[in-house]
Design a protein around this ligand. Structure first.
Ligand SMILES: NC(=O)c1ccc[n+]([C@@H]2O[C@H](COP(=O)([O-])OP(=O)(O)OC[C@H]3O[C@@H](n4cnc5c(N)ncnc54)[C@H](O)[C@@H]3O)[C@@H](O)[C@H]2O)c1
Length: 341
């Protein structure tokens, strides 16, 4: 299969590209390499995929090249309405996996524009290209944050999700609505994946796993929001990658029905962990007692996430199996190796 992965230099995008290449697919990865967090980390991920940062193709080089490598990387903005279709024209993709986005709940209070540019305008451009170049399947990242003020103990895809509490969440909910429109109007098969707190090697520096490890190793206090009274359905990256790749590879021929083109799934671990349990496991792994800076609830945040993954189990035999202690061990091993600690 020939697959476009957007956000290829990002945390999840890197892991998905890696697995798709291992499974013998041809992958074109795109990313704008923005500096929301360390560009060096993004470039280091690309290096793992065989892309020497000095040789990363810029758009003009890419369109004129006859490169036949199984993985190519092109630096481009999703918002670029001129350049994006040229990639689709050149490649004839079967599946598009859209993982590029402005991520992060907190940052959406500071820089709302970035969420509209990447997540709304960028996503519209992806939908238009999928429509105009007859893409068979668009798989895209949504988020557990769409559940917002939901009072359900366990989040189900049938829950009403009309109460987002951050612009980030609102942008992800909008993506689902936009995808529905394109499935309905243009027969585009779309699958939205609501990711639940993904962690693991090559993870994001703005997320708890990374922030806690970094601070503890530097002897700095860690910020514990809502006095530790939070629970997250932490999901290990390999479990996420397995699910995403299975969905990309599924040609759906047996169950394909024109009226059944729009899908939404939760993709989580299905075992919420208390924040203090998570911190204890990091402490045990590092052998250092953290200094805790107890804080109030953050605006835009939710108290508990817990994914009902029964649809994904049923349709794709999805069964995440990484205990949080094991996932933390792998992350810390990677972190120490990467940063030479
Ligand atoms: N990591 C999680 O726990 C989590 C949870 C819920 C949803 N998600 C979603 O999953 C997807 C991947 O998340 P991630 O954790 O890998 O984030 P990430 O920030 O590591 O990766 C996103 C990548 O997209 C790129 N990008 C951003 N805007 C772009 C644009 N306009 N054009 C081109 N490239 C652009 C960034 O440079 C980055 O490399 C995102 O859509 C995110 O919202 C992630």
């Amino acid at each position: 299969m020939k697959i476009l992965v957007t956000g290829a230099a990002g945390f999840i995008g890197y892991h998905v590209c890696n697995q798709l290449i291992k499974n013998n697919h041809t992958v074109i990865g795109i990313d704008n390499l923005n500096d929301y967090y360390s560009v060096d980390l993004k470039l280091a991920r690309l290096e793992q995929l065989g892309i020497n940062p000095k040789n990363a193709l810029d758009f003009n080089e890419y369109v004129s090249s006859a490169n036949t490598n199984r993985f190519q990387f092109v630096r481009i903005n999703l918002e670029d309405r001129e350049q994006l279709p040229k990639i689709f024209q050149k490649e004839n993709f079967t599946v598009v996996c859209n993982l590029a986005a402005q991520a992060g709940v907190r940052y959406s209070l500071e820089n709302p524009e970035a969420y509209i540019d990447s997540n709304i305008v960028g996503f519209l451009n992806i939908l238009e290209c999928c429509r105009n170049f007859n893409i068979e399947h668009l798989v895209y990242a949504s988020s557990s944050s769409v559940y917002g003020l939901s009072s359900s103990a366990q989040f189900k895809t049938t829950d009403v999700t009309d109460t987002p509490v951050s612009l980030y969440a609102a942008s992800k909910k909008s993506n689902e609505l936009m995808a529905h429109t394109y499935s309905h109007l243009f027969g585009l098969r779309t699958t939205g994946l609501r990711f639940f707190t993904v962690y693991g090697p090559w993870g994001r520096p703005d997320m708890a796993m990374f922030l806690f490890t970094e601070a503890i190793l530097k002897g700095k206090p860690i910020n514990v929001f809502n006095n530790g009274e939070l629970e997250r359905d932490f999901t290990y990256i390999d479990d996420i990658t397995t699910g995403v790749v299975k969905i990309i590879e599924d040609d759906h021929t047996d169950t394909y029905q024109p009226e059944n083109l729009y899908h939404i799934y939760n993709i989580g671990n299905n075992r919420p962990v208390k924040l203090m349990t998570f911190i204890d496991a990091i402490e045990k792994e590092l052998g250092i007692q953290p200094k805790l800076n107890m804080m109030g609830m953050q605006p835009g945040d939710v108290k508990k996430t817990w994914a009902d993954i029964s649809d994904l189990r049923l349709d794709y035999a999805y069964s995440p199996d990484t205990p949080v202690e094991k996932g933390i061990h792998h992350f810390i091993e990677w972190y120490k190796g990467f940063y030479g600690k």
